[in-house]
Write a protein that binds this ligand. Sequence first.
Ligand code: SAH
Ligand code: SF4
Ligand code: F3S
Length: 455
Amino acid sequence: MAKKLYIKTYGCQMNVYDSERIAEVLAPLGYEATDQSAGADMVILNTCHIRERAAEKVYSELGRLRKHKNAMAAEGRHMVLAVTGCVAQAEGEEVLSRAPYVDIVFGPQTYHRLPQMIAEASRASGQVLDTEFPEESKFDGLPQARTVNGAAAFLTIQEGCDKFCTYCVVPYTRGAEFSRAATDVLSEARNLVAAGAQEITFLGQNVNSYHGEAPGGSAHGSEWNLARLIREAAQIDGLARIRFTTSYPAEVDDDLIAAHGDVEKLMPYLHLPVQSGSDRVLKAMNRNHGVDEYRRLVDKLRKARPDIALSSDFIVGFPGENDADFRATLKLVEEVSFIQAYSFKYSPRPGTPAAMMDLQIDEAVKSERLAELQALLNTQTQNFNNQMIGKTVPVLLDRTGKMAGQLIGRSPYMQAVVVDAPQNLMNCIVDVTIDAASPNSLMGTLNLDSRKACA
Ligand code: SAH
Ligand code: SF4
Ligand code: F3S
């Protein structure tokens, strides 16, 4: 009988990718996905450590899962409870001691060894901890064939971070920067397309620092950058759309800007986290870009691809941020205009330099600044969405809507678009004329003869 596997994913898209791969590793052992943790034979929490709240959520979820685990034990069944992701990597020992009913803790780089860990946990009936950064790459130990959930797929091409922004845990939880060989990435991309993907998003903590071994091997001595990889991926028949995230502004090179100008399959959307509009704060953050450099980069991108839409991340209340610094952030937002953004109150993370800095900002001040910034960002999103009304855009339909007869998809600019459409257009790219806009989505009418491509 099939065993039930429940995976709950927190954090970034890289975790979403890892969760999909973990399910693929476990499929040969007879595990099938379920959307209910109660009664599942194996429960995995794929966690995020980026802000304090993200990490604390894990412990409250573990408390809930303990009840399910006990209920199963009362029926003579066993739930294997595992924690992975960045909390596991950062504080694996602490997870095991705070939640002694957890069976396995493994890091984001070791899940290719999960079958052995499960065997070990059942034999030893103790706890298993594997948060090594192993010599071998997990990618070499994963199944070649890919499964997809819908027509838009993620593909991790780069992992880790060497940038050490002073507020950030990622360099510690994901380790040093590593790029997969171009041949491996392209073959996984082909496998995703064969499984039904029409859109692929290349992922990396710093995706544009990608420098993978060129086909032909390291004997060749050459490497490909992200732009080259995108150009090659664009040759794959059946792949309609390419995206990538997240980019580090200081490493956006001219090749990548040029690719935005002339690779048709590359979508006109770029997530380019700026964090702050104050040079003083950016310096203290160790971001390696100043405000003017960011502005110039945006100008170059818009010159290459006039309709490119930008999104960003912001941190307010970084240690030492004064009112003038914050005003400078608002000014930059006014100047650049973002169609979408994530903004956060600075959260001190253990072991990072900024957590030890003087002049930590008051919670109330952080909240005020966040509200003011978000009000401005939301207006920009709404304005961008409003100006889509009356336009016709290609939409990749990949989800069912809330109402019967509705499908939802993404515009080239990542907006969610809701249309009345027959179910057989699921996983197709269709033209939609936009009728109405809200901050979170667009509503439109299907152009009936527009079916472009279907998976
Ligand atoms: N690699 C990506 C970001 C990864 S984390 C990049 O360099 O942009 C995603 C976002 O979380 C960051 O862009 C930042 O805005 C936010 N973030 C990271 N650490 C944080 C902290 N300690 N407090 C608040 N926000 C944080
Ligand atoms: Fe964190 Fe900075 Fe690396 Fe992004 S670039 S993951 S914010 S250290
Ligand atoms: Fe969170 Fe780790 Fe991603 S800390 S944002 S899950 S890299």
